[in-house]
Design a protein around this ligand. Structure first.
Ligand code: FCB
Length: 445
């Protein structure tokens, strides 16, 4: 069976600054928390760092040519706060702004719409030194950064996101210590959640006062969390992880309140007027989705939550993430019911890591990635048929890149990168995706 996507469906690809740019000490860029974190031995697999990454900072013309060949209508990038404001605040760095200026122009010259996310996890180290996301002042400094960036690029860039997965940035970075800045704790996590929420609200306002014609959103992550057993303690843990991971940002930003069972604990951090600042009208509803997981009580975790591996025999990616397109369909339906309402919905990340092999003829036959994408894109069609207005889908990712704590060991790209030579090579999935972006129907199993 083959099925077409609606006319005007937006095909995109996503990347982020620290994961692809490299050039971490060039043209006045300041250090970010990921520079610090990745340079501390033991934090990242193989002690990999983003020092060079895909060297996109120098090779962007080649990458923009790849985007053209892919046929996408939109490219989502993130701006690096430490390139634009090396100290996190104060005087902007002209060379940092010029880089994004040129990139945006080059992308637009190919009729590709640039979508810009302001925060994809690379907080300037200078601000972490002042308490990072546990310090309320950082929310105001984020708003300054948002204003500076929107002022410079807002005449051309219309789609903006304040944050990419603030839930992952706060939970992995300030609760579990698995991501930069490597902090573990319960209070630190709650503070980070609240300050990032405030930053979203203040940043949105700051951008709106720069220009009235911007489309502003926030990129959530939805990851269904089911209890691993019928034990009450696992059910309690699943409810807690669902609140922490899936609800702690969209609930206050869209409904003006923190979700149970976190609401009471958040009270101590909320100052009068905060929730009004956080709840700002959004212009579109965006999220990332990869998998679902099963939750059990873990007494050693700051929130007593943990996950167990998928059922034996369940299909998984190289991340160990279960492949379950039906969960994606459900997530899309719930996103509309709980949050999006009449807002257009965009999936801004979805994709899979698999161990790619270059065959003797030079081809990369990444059939597993194609099958993953086929299944998940089928779920998008099912959700559309069920009345969910999904307007676009952005694959993660254009290029293999620095996969955070996994370093270069996990490849999500449609384009293979040889990290020794930085050579780019198209995978079969690139051609699969290009056909769809050029209007082909999806062949469904
Ligand atoms: C998401 C991140 C993205 C990438 C993918 C695999 O959580 O936003 O940077 O790491 O996962």
């Amino acid at each position: 069976m083959t099925e077409h996507f609606p006319d005007n469906f937006l095909w995109g690809a996503s990347t982020s600054a620290y994961q692809i740019e490299g050039a971490v000490a060039e043209d006045g860029r300041g250090p970010s928390i990921w520079d610090t974190f990745s340079h501390q031995p033991g934090n990242v697999l193989g002690d990999d760092t983003g020092d060079v990454a895909c060297d996109h900072y120098h090779r962007w013309p080649e990458d923009v040519a790849l985007m053209r060949e892919l046929g996408i209508g939109a490219y989502r990038l993130s701006t690096a706060w430490p390139r634009i404001l090396p100290e996190g605040r104060g005087r902007p760095n002209p060379r940092g702004l010029e880089f994004y200026d040129r990139l945006v122009d080059a992308v637009m010259a190919e009729n590709i719409e640039p979508w810009v996310c302001l925060y994809h996890w690379d907080l300037p180290q200078a601000l972490e030194d002042r308490g990072g996301w546990q310090n309320r002042d950082v929310a105001s400094w984020f708003a300054e950064y948002a204003a500076v960036t929107a002022r410079r690029l807002g005449d051309r860039v219309k789609h903006w996101a304040t944050f990419n997965e603030p839930n992952a940035a706060s939970v992995l970075g300030y609760c579990e210590g698995k991501h930069a800045p490597g902090i573990r704790g319960r209070e630190s996590a709650l503070k980070a959640i609240h300050v990032m929420n405030l930053a979203h609200g203040l940043g949105t306002e700051a951008m709106r006062s720069e220009r009235a014609d911007l489309m502003i959103g926030n990129i959530y992550n939805f990851h269904p969390r089911e209890p691993a057993s019928e034990r009450e303690e696992d059910e309690i843990a699943a409810i807690m992880l669902d609140a922490l991971w899936n609800r702690s940002f969209p609930d206050p930003q869209i409904h003006g309140a923190y979700p149970e069972p976190l609401a009471a604990e958040m009270e101590a951090l909320i100052q009068p007027g905060d929730l009004d600042l956080i709840k700002r009208p959004l212009d579109y509803f965006a999220f990332n989705h990869y998998t679902r997981s099963r939750v059990r009580r873990d007494p050693d975790h700051p929130f007593e939550v943990g996950t167990v591996p998928p059922e034996p025999g369940a299909p998984v990616t190289e991340m160990g993430w279960e492949i379950a397109p039906s969960a994606f369909r459900q997530v899309l339906i719930e996103a509309k019911e709980r949050y999006a309402g009449e807002m257009p919905i965009y999936v801004l990340e979805n994709g899979a890591a698999f161990p790619d092999v270059i065959d003797v003829d030079g081809r990369i036959r990444d059939e597993q990635r194609i099958a993953y994408l086929r299944g998940y894109l089928g779920a998008v069609l099912d959700a559309i048929a069920a009345g969910v207005s999904v307007r676009g889908y952005f694959v993660w990712s254009l290029l293999d890149n620095f996969e955070w704590a996994f370093g270069y060991s996990r490849r999500f790209g449609l384009v293979h990168i040889d990290f020794a030579t930085l050579e780019r090579r198209l995978k079969d999935s690139f051609h699969f995706y290009a056909e769809l972006a050029h209007g082909a129907a999806l062949e469904r199993e």
